[in-house]
Design a binder for this molecule. Structure first.
Ligand code: NAD
Length: 427
């Protein structure tokens, strides 16, 4: 149906289409991005030279509301990738019943090659180039890979300069002092925690019986490890890009996070100092972590980590996708045949975009919520949608991933129907 890098997402969509009665109008609309913008961004570098970088913003579908999605700074960013991620966001927002369509943006750079001054000029230049394409009622960017609250703050500031009015609702994931929401930084992990806890209860499992391995110890994986450990799950393995550690009796997560914050690798830190010798442990590779004999496996780093190559060796009966796209569609088939349940990214990591929505609501009303309010509204929404997707999967006898797509498609179809379809006009 769509273009090349969308092939995995498309396979999943095609599978879901078997379980919904959806009008041709909706299918036609979802085939193509609504609008794709490619821009050249001239940036004065610190050495005085001028360089021009390629940037993109894609608004995939706005049937359900203004479009929403992150901005990625990465060498692999291309129009194709941005279109695919925008398509994905369309489904994520619909699955969570957020009043948004899907979008995504990016700039093809390696941010590690840039000074802070250059990054600021680049971020502001990007907004200059896309200012007529975004807006609080049109399209609202957010952070993604290698973009952070400070970059979002520069983007909001630049948009406000262009429009000559302070416009905090144009971007989410901002610093708190510039209209950011409390709880946004921990939202993805918090959302994932609520999904895991809700589903484990349904499966009749209690936290104290469950061992967990987490790949990736950043904003999402690190915070989630701490939440799970606090709730008495036994987190036995964690890793970062350098490798991981495993301890059968469970790891001391708060200490590991403390070490990580002083910017040292997990592998190095755990066994220096006092914490280390308390438990027996061993250093493992990322590949070993994925194949550990644990109850819950959480890929929280990168896409394409569980493929048809290693899927036959995965032992965990439950996989929760905190990263976007960590399990390929070929691996999905193998895992399903082996009775391993995969809980999909568009549900598990949707806490981030949900609190982005809360940030947008707070910006528009000018009234800011307490951390408790943010977290309890997040819990309410994510648990409700988890329950609905679970019920769909049980009723139709389908995987949680297909159920999440079916759930999102039903909502997209409702919105398309509300604008009138062939049946309405021709009857
Ligand atoms: P991050 O940059 O804070 O952390 C990434 C972590 O992964 C780091 O610990 C890094 O060392 C580790 N890592 C990198 N390469 C690795 C490798 N080869 N093997 C193992 N670990 C590796 O990023 P994040 O915000 O935590 O995002 C992680 C994933 O979650 C991404 O797929 C992202 O798209 C997804 N996600 C994040 C959010 C969010 O709000 N942070 C929201 C939705 C989805």
């Amino acid at each position: 149906m769509l273009h090349s890098t969308l092939s995995d997402a498309n396979l999943r969509l095609e599978k879901a289409l078997r379980y919904v009665t959806i009008s041709n109008d909706a299918i036609e609309r979802l085939k193509y991005p609504k609008a794709s913008l490619c821009v050249s961004i001239p940036v004065r570098m610190d050495d005085g030279s001028l360089r021009v970088f390629q940037g993109y913003r894609v608004r995939y579908d706005d049937t359900r509301g203004p479009t929403k999605g992150g901005v990625r700074f990465h060498p692999n960013v291309s129009l194709d990738e941005v279109q695919s991620l925008a398509f994905w966001m369309t489904f994520k927002c619909a699955a969570l019943n957020l009043p948004f369509g899907g979008a995504k943006g990016g700039i093809t750079i390696n941010p590690k090659d840039f000074s802070k001054f250059e990054l600021e000029r680049l971020s502001r230049g990007y907004v200059d180039a896309i200012a007529n394409f975004i807006g609080p009622d049109v399209d609202i960017p957010a952070p993604d890979v290698y973009t952070n609250p400070m970059i979002m703050g520069w983007m909001m500031d630049q948009y406000s300069i262009i429009r000559r009015k302070i416009t905090p609702a144009v971007v989410t994931g901002k610093p708190i002092s510039m209209g950011g929401s409390l709880g946004r930084e921990t939202a993805t992990a918090m959302g994932a925690f609520f999904v895991i806890h809700t589903l484990m209860e349904k499966l009749g499992r209690t936290s104290t019986d469950l061992t967990v391995a987490i790949q990736g110890f950043g904003n999402a994986g690190g915070v989630l490890a701490e939440l799970l450990a606090k709730a008495n799950y036994r987190v036995v393995a964690v890793s970062d890009s350098q490798g991981g550690i495993y301890a059968k009796t469970g790891l001391d997560i708060p200490s590991i996070r403390q070490y990580k914050e002083s910017s040292r690798g997990i592998k190095a830190v755990y066994c220096e100092g006092t914490v280390c010798n308390i438990v027996e442990h061993r250093v493992i590779t990322n590949a070993e972590l994925l194949e550990l004999d644990v109850d819950i496996l959480i890929p929280a780093a990168l896409e394409n980590q569980i493929t048809e190559e290693n899927a036959p060796r995965i032992k965990a009966p439950y996989i929760f996708e905190v990263a976007n796209g960590p399990v390929t569609s070929a691996a999905d088939e193998i895992l399903e045949q082996r009775g391993i349940q995969v809980f999909p990214d568009i549900l598990v990591n949707a806490g981030g975009v949900t609190v982005s929505y809360f940030e947008w609501v707070q910006n528009r009303s000018g009234y800011y919520w307490s951390l408790n309010e943010v977290n309890s509204r997040l819990q309410e929404r994510i648990v409700e949608e988890t329950n609905r997707i679970w019920d769909l999967s049980q009723d139709l006898g389908i995987s949680m991933r297909t159920a999440a797509y079916v759930h999102a498609l039903n909502r997209l179809e409702d919105a398309v129907q509300a604008k009138g379809t062939r049946d309405y006009y021709m009857s």
